[in-house]
Design a binder for this molecule. Structure first.
Ligand code: HEC
Ligand code: CU
Length: 320
């Protein structure tokens, strides 16, 4: 249960750990309360009043109509301090996860779109800023600042193992942070209903050692190699004609930002916000009819023959 990717009952970093402890604590208290109340109820049913003599008033002789009131004071005396402690604990946890222990060195601008995630890696040097989608890489052991915005509707950024939810609201910039203590691939999910494909708006955070992260970042910064193979070259021309109105491939004239940046699409494990694996067969199926895979998706079918589609797929697979 705690091992499943979206379980918040286990955590992998300091932004999520206090929340995990709170979830176990409040869960445990709720279960204890339910058990105590149930036992008291069963005991009450078990210890019936002695039957009243025939024709007598239903109250036991000599019983006060307020009998039992003392138990209400016992109940209040037990539950008020526990509820007050839960409130204080919750406020304390909110304070703990508000800010990381050290100032983040890395800032990501994450834009939630219907139904995918645009991720921009910020850098003080303008030439070292780049954009990717749906698969976020971060270095382990340090906080990463995440600045959230949305051009369409309300979404919510949630990586349960790394941090609590943060809403992404049009016209508002919300800021959160994530941190992974250990390398791994952590699943994220849009956590605010945002339309037809809300369920297929997942993403991944890959945490790797700072050295591996820097190597990944350098690969993202370099434009993909120019086609050397004839099929790939034809694929790039077809891409320019049919796809460049929405997608960017760095180092080429394709520079539109309606859909995800595809500069290094071959380096991603999944397509369309974690919906399908990234391989030749799924790429081809996606291009031929995205709506069949993700109904309502904002990418149209490409009017390409099977042969041309294979060339476009070869081109996309060359974008490492
Ligand atoms: C009208 C704009 C538009 C056009 C034209 C378009 N796309 Fe897309 N594309 C999108 C959008 C929007 C998405 C995101 C879909 C989603 O996941 O909800 C997308 C997603 C993708 C993805 C998945 C990317 C990822 O990061 O998972 C691939 C691959 C892709 N498109 C390839 C193509 C190819 C190849 C063409 C040309 C044959 C093309 N697209 C034409 C808008 C477009
Ligand atoms: Cu959503």
């Amino acid at each position: 249960m705690t091992g499943s990717p979206l379980s918040y009952l286990s955590s992998a970093g300091p932004a999520a750990k206090p929340l995990t402890q709170l979830a176990w604590g409040l869960g445990g208290i709720s279960i204890a309360v339910t058990v105590i109340v149930t036992l008291a109820l069963v005991a009450g049913i078990w210890r019936r009043r002695p039957p009243a003599p025939a024709g007598a008033f239903a109250l036991e002789p000599g019983a006060s109509p307020n009998a039992g009131l003392a138990w209400i004071y016992v109940g209040l005396g037990l539950s008020v301090p526990v509820l007050a402690a839960c409130t204080v604990w919750t406020l304390f946890v909110l304070g703990q996860v508000m800010h990381p222990a050290s100032k983040p060195q890395l800032t990501l601008e994450v834009t939630a779109h219907q139904w995918w995630w645009e991720v921009r890696y910020m850098d003080p040097v303008a030439g070292r800023v780049f954009t990717t989608a749906n698969e976020i890489h971060i270095p382990t052991g340090q906080p990463v600042r995440v600045v959230l915005s949305s051009p369409d509707v309300i979404h919510s950024f949630w990586v349960p193992k790394l941090a609590g939810k943060m809403d992404v609201i049009p016209g508002v910039t919300n800021v959160t942070w994530i941190q992974a203590s250990a390398p791994g691939r952590y699943r994220g999910q849009c956590a605010e209903f945002c339309g037809l494909q809300h369920a297929r708006m997942a993403f991944f955070v890959t945490a790797e050692s700072p050295a591996e992260f820097n190597a990944w970042r350098d690969r993202q910064l370099a434009p993909p190699a120019a086609p050397t193979d004839a099929t790939v070259a034809q694929g790039s021309e077809l891409f320019a004609a049919h796809c460049a109105s929405c997608h960017t491939v760095s180092g080429t004239p394709a520079g539109a930002i309606v859909g995800p940046d595809l500069s290094h699409i071959a380096g991603r494990a999944t397509l369309a916000a974690g919906t399908i694996p990234n391989d030749a067969a799924h790429l081809s199926a996606w291009i031929s009819d995205p709506d069949a895979i993700k109904p309502g998706v904002l990418m149209p079918k490409a009017p390409l023959s099977a042969a041309d589609r294979a060339k476009v797929v070869a081109y996309l697979q060359s974008l490492t």
